[in-house]
Write a protein that binds this ligand. Structure first.
Ligand code: PMP
Length: 363
């Protein structure tokens, strides 16, 4: 069978060596004769795994010692709620920047939990001639006290990424579900970073939270204990039974990333992959991308066939060629190729070659 390249936005492809190792170890993990799914999360072997995972993510992201790393339940949306319940209290206000569909969903959840008066929003997308661009506001001019500023640096559905560092007078909370560890960032600029695991880290359901210790002093709203950051810190992310298999796979992905040379190295490949695809789209009249060049996501490349009546044919032929899950999100249509860390350059080469042939065959 020839290679299948999976461009799914999430759950997304995981590195093949990691999947192979998981397969080999499925019935016998760590010489124990049972699967990692079947051992106690409190066993010394599993705790060693979690300690290694934490040490590896700290090294990969260069996380300062005054930050906690939590492995929690509930994916990205779980954190839409947890952020509010852990950081806002009864009186606090928060500012949410909106640059696409996930930041907008985060606002809906925040308003549901805290009420409209506690949540301010700013739309930071400008659309000219159908092209979206991020325009960051001068935040220091806002005369308001916020507990935190929330934003989403990579909008998975819209294919919009913010590469600029945001200057905020308030602690920054960032939803990095779809671009965590895809390029280097300075963690010390953030109050809290969270990510659902199913793109660059591992299976869905798990979420990673990186939180500066002073934010744990903030007043809370009532919430489920399993979503409480303080309890998670106190119990080493094991207040209740954690998603152990997802944690194991995440730990293997971190090891794999280190073998690749770490985040700085995969970032170079990610830049090349995205550039190759965008350059081709720009050079070919048959396709178009609708995001300003500076805000084009390296993780989620959205594009449209100019003749949309060919969409189904494009998807069917791509699938037959082993290029799967290219359909854009139902809310925006078109196509989307997600190029997370695990997608090799050869996958993007195969996609470009297919797109070229499809354009030539249908011009
Ligand atoms: N935020 C972003 C940026 C996402 O891409 C996603 C999922 N695609 C979510 C949040 C929601 O994640 P989950 O489905 O794990 O709740």
């Amino acid at each position: 069978m020839s290679a299948t390249y999976n461009f799914c936005a999430g759950p997304a492809m995981l590195p093949q060596p990691v999947m192979q190792k998981a397969q080999e170890e499925l019935l016998d993990w760590n010489g124990q004769g049972v699967s990692v799914m079947e051992v106690s999360h409190r066993s010394k072997e599993f705790i060693a795994l979690t300690q290694q995972a934490e040490a590896d993510i700290r090294e990969l992201m260069n996380i300062p010692s005054n930050y906690h790393v939590l492995f929690m339940h509930g994916g990205g949306r779980g954190q839409f709620a947890a952020v509010v319940n852990n950081l806002l209290g009864e009186q606090g206000k928060a500012l949410y920047l909106v640059d696409g569909s996930w930041s907008s969903s985060a606002v809906d959840e925040a308003k549901k939990l805290a009420g409209d008066e506690q949540i301010d929003t700013l739309n930071i997308i400008e659309k000219t001639h159908g092209v979206s661009r991020v325009v960051l506001p001068e935040l220091s001019e806002l005369k308001q006290e916020y507990r935190y500023l929330h934003y989403c640096p990579n909008e998975t559905v819209d294919g919009i990424e913010i590469f600029e560092e945001i200057n905020s007078p308030w602690p920054i909370v960032a939803d990095m579900s779809s671009n965590i560890m895809s390029r280097e960032i300075d963690v010390s600029r953030y109050g809290l970073i969270y990510a659902g695991a199913q793109k660059n880290i591992g299976p869905s359901g798990l979420s990673i939270v990186i939180v500066r210790d002073d934010l744990l002093e903030y007043p809370q709203l009532p919430q489920a204990s399993i979503m409480d950051y303080r309890l998670a810190v106190k119990h080493d992310s094991m207040f209740n039974t954690p998603p152990t298999f997802a944690w194991y796979l995440a730990a293997e992905v971190f090891k794999w990333l280190k073998v690749q040379g770490g985040v700085a190295e995969v970032a170079k490949t990610n830049a090349r992959k995205a550039e190759m695809l965008y350059d081709f789209i720009d050079s070919c009249d048959f396709y178009e991308n609708r995001v300003a060049k500076d805000n084009r996501s390296r993780m989620n490349v959205t594009f449209y066939l100019k003749d949309e009546s060919l969409n189904e044919q494009f998807l069917a032929q791509a699938k037959a060629a082993g290029l799967v899950a290219l359909k854009g999100h139902r809310s925006v249509g078109g196509m989307r190729a997600s190029l997370y860390n695990a997608m090799p350059l050869t996958g993007v080469e195969a996609l470009v070659s297919f797109m070229k042939d499809f354009a030539n065959g249908n011009a």
